[in-house]
Ligand binder design. Structure first.
Ligand SMILES: *[C@@H]1O[C@H](CO)[C@@H](O)[C@H](O)[C@H]1NC(C)=O
Ligand SMILES: *[C@@H]1O[C@H](CO)[C@@H](O)[C@H](O)[C@H]1NC(C)=O
Ligand SMILES: *[C@@H]1O[C@H](CO)[C@@H](O)[C@H](O)[C@H]1NC(C)=O
Ligand SMILES: *[C@@H]1O[C@H](CO)[C@@H](O)[C@H](O)[C@H]1NC(C)=O
Ligand SMILES: *[C@@H]1O[C@H](CO)[C@@H](O)[C@H](O)[C@H]1NC(C)=O
Ligand SMILES: *[C@@H]1O[C@H](CO)[C@@H](O)[C@H](O)[C@H]1NC(C)=O
Length: 248
């Protein structure tokens, strides 16, 4: 394996060659003049195992490429390349700014095989040259559901709280590939933030005990594939609740 990586790396003009676990990332730039053009920073994840795999990368704000060529193949059959389904950045949806005014390209890789190494090649083509980002992945390693939705927190019995949520609607095969969940809640104690992580839970609710009346608590939930493939989703949008003071 290492020898094969070595030869792949050796045949390219490399700016960077990272071998992290099973992941291989290669960046190559070719420029006919001037500075090397910027290489797309590609991030791939599987939002619904096994059928929804996406890669995304930001469009450079200054001097964007004229176009992209996006191909992928099985690592051990690189002659059979396929095009991925490219979606341009959508300014009105990225106006829902999670971070900045970053414009993201997305590409969809349908029908990937299980337990198979893939290589994706995202090449940004500029008038003066081109620049490729190669990434390799196995579906099982990049599973990351979307966050759970509809998180509800309500007082329950005396001094307890009931936290309920719904699975991410994009996770299509809940019956075959169930999810497990973690709860994080936080509060401030004399100006210092405190955090508690609970779980995993296999159901979509949990009852919590022993919270302090009068305090504000913030709740978030994340979802992970039940057998532990990949990573937990991003945290859901926070929900705050003030624990009611019990009457004497
Ligand atoms: C995944 O997609 C393939 C091809 O589109 C389809 O045949 C299969 O039923 C899908 N699998 C699941 C679990 O949805
Ligand atoms: C952009 O996204 C919005 C909502 O997310 C949608 O209504 C609109 O049609 C999209 N525009 C393009 C050009 O895809
Ligand atoms: C989105 O960006 C605008 C200005 O760029 C900012 O005022 C606003 O607070 C941002 N919203 C979120 C949810 O980050
Ligand atoms: C990546 O794709 C570009 C554009 O199709 C191609 O020129 C380049 O050779 C590819 N790189 C590799 C390592 O396959
Ligand atoms: C998860 O959070 C990161 C950082 O805030 C963000 O860039 C990414 O788009 C989020 N992913 C999803 C699926 O919401
Ligand atoms: C929710 O609770 C968190 C943690 O106590 C706090 O930092 C945040 O300001 C609260 N948000 C609102 C809208 O009350």
């Amino acid at each position: 394996m290492a020898a094969m990586f070595g030869s792949v790396c050796g045949t390219l003009t490399l700016l960077m060659c990272v071998l992290g676990g099973q992941a291989l990332d290669l960046l190559r730039a070719t420029a006919t003049s001037g500075n090397p053009p910027s290489t797309p920073m590609v991030h791939c994840w599987c939002a619904s195992y096994p059928n929804l795999t996406l890669c995304s990368w930001p469009e450079p704000a200054l001097s964007p490429p004229t176009h992209y060529i996006t191909t992928y193949s099985e690592r051990h059959n690189q002659l059979a390349t396929r095009q991925c389904h490219l979606t341009p950045p959508n300014s009105s949806s990225s106006a829902l700014n999670s971070s900045s005014s970053e414009q993201l390209w997305h590409c969809h890789l349908p029908n990937l095989k299980l337990l198979t190494d893939y290589i994706i090649n995202v090449t940004a083509v500029y008038s003066g040259g081109s620049s490729s980002h190669l990434a390799s992945f196995m579906l099982e390693d990049i599973v990351k559901p979307d966050p759970p939705v509809d998180v509800r927190v309500s007082p329950h019995n005396i001094r307890n709280l009931l936290v309920e949520w719904s699975p991410p609607p994009t996770w299509a095969n809940l019956d075959i590939f169930p999810l497990k969940y973690q709860i994080m809640y936080q509060w401030e104690n004399r100006g210092t933030p405190k955090f508690v992580n609970l779980g995993p839970f296999e159901s979509t609710k949990a009852e919590l005990k022993g919270l302090t009346p009068g305090k504000v608590y913030q709740f978030q939930v994340c979802a992970k594939e039940l057998l532990g493939l990949g990573e937990c989703s991003n945290w859901s949008s926070p929900v705050n609740i003030t624990i009611p003071r019990t009457k004497p």
